[in-house]
Design a protein around this ligand. Sequence first.
Ligand code: SAH
Ligand code: SF4
Ligand code: F3S
Length: 442
Amino acid sequence: MTEKKKLYIETYGCQMNFSDSQIVGSIMADHEFETTSEIAEADLIFVNTCSIRDHAEQRVRARLKEFNRYKKKKPGLIIGVLGCMAERLKEQLIEEEKMVDVIVGPDAYRDLPRLLNIAEGGQKAINVILSADETYADIDPVRMESNGISAFISIMRGCENFCSYCVVPYTRGKERSRDPETIVNEARSLFENGYREVTLLGQNVNSYKSDKGIDFPGLMNLVASIDPALRVRFATSHPKDLSDELLKVMAAHPNICRSIHLPVQSGSDAVLKRMNRKYTRDWYLGRIAAIKHYLPNCAISTDIIAGFCSETEEDHLETMQLMEQVGYDYAFMFKYSERPDTLAAKKYEDNIPEETKGRRLQEIIALQQKLSHKSNKADIGKTFEVLAESTSRKSANELAGRNSQNKVVVFERGEYKPGDYVQVKITSCTPATLKGVVVEGV
Ligand code: SAH
Ligand code: SF4
Ligand code: F3S
């Protein structure tokens, strides 16, 4: 028997990229490769990359230098760059980073075995063709590093929103939706294998639309109906597509989690317009009101960009005021990073000084810290159903899990184990976690 070759894969960026790495793991497993978590024993190193901000690309370049040290010790070691950076830079990346042998864009992973053959023959190999219909629907992901309880299911790919700051429409191509039957089958099979939570993934999940006429609320209805003990989450939604119909479907299924990630980016109409977000502040607040109406106990989180082109101090204050008004439970906050060839790079000057960007971001982070803490403090005394996921990082006697609102809850383990649903009454909190005690017989 020949020993299998070993693939080490490192992933950066969003959940879609992590989900894609599992698809890559599966394609490679069909071609005599097994994955390893030990870089030193790898015959092949893949890095699945992100281009969303300059910093993300710099981290990958630093890692490539590191991988090159292994290559020098092990001639024949192949290094491949996958994902958004591969798609954005194409052959330019091979010219700039000589250690790279293979460049593969997000829609070309089926071609990996052929590309590897070329690389094994000593030549550079590249495929960055974007597809209008590739969804990898028939590929069963290898769930590496999974806790066996929660899993991601990719339901659509690509984005055509062209927010002016964003590189994703260029690196991920056209929007396309995966066949609903394959999604439902994957979710059902995960449930039958002990999983208790699935997160439906896409750059913009609520613009899901299958050839069979099923839209996102329809799909959610199908997945949530598999079993009441299977939790369903989704990420990310664009505010423009968050329909009342979706909120009604959520309200009808207690197992659809009470948590919506609704990136606002800015609280200023002038900035939103330049960002090409296609909604106004008022319109966004209307969507927040609809969430609160249909799902009174729903957590709301967001993404914010500080220091976009020509953002004034007033614009910035409007963002902070909107954050207070919505009372976000959680937020991802970033400094604007200009991306080459995007609409903003072509049309607007990146004219906010680094120092101002940094100061505004710090103010936004400090405010969110306060809001998150306030939101957690409001949970003290409440009882939540928590899906236990793992042993707590701090103590072996404690389990950590999440409630429907996606907040991390830590409690004493007792007889419980990961995968159990546990009723927990919250007794204390930090800005990041809730702590509680198990209540029996509820
Ligand atoms: N598809 C998702 C988000 C994709 S990227 C959506 O539209 O909601 C995740 C977040 O990164 C974005 O919401 C935005 O806040 C941030 N982001 C994207 N491009 C950026 C840039 N050029 N500079 C800084 N942050 C950016
Ligand atoms: Fe980027 Fe906008 Fe698409 Fe999100 S919706 S991926 S921010 S272009
Ligand atoms: Fe990054 Fe590409 Fe995701 S740019 S955020 S890995 S879609």
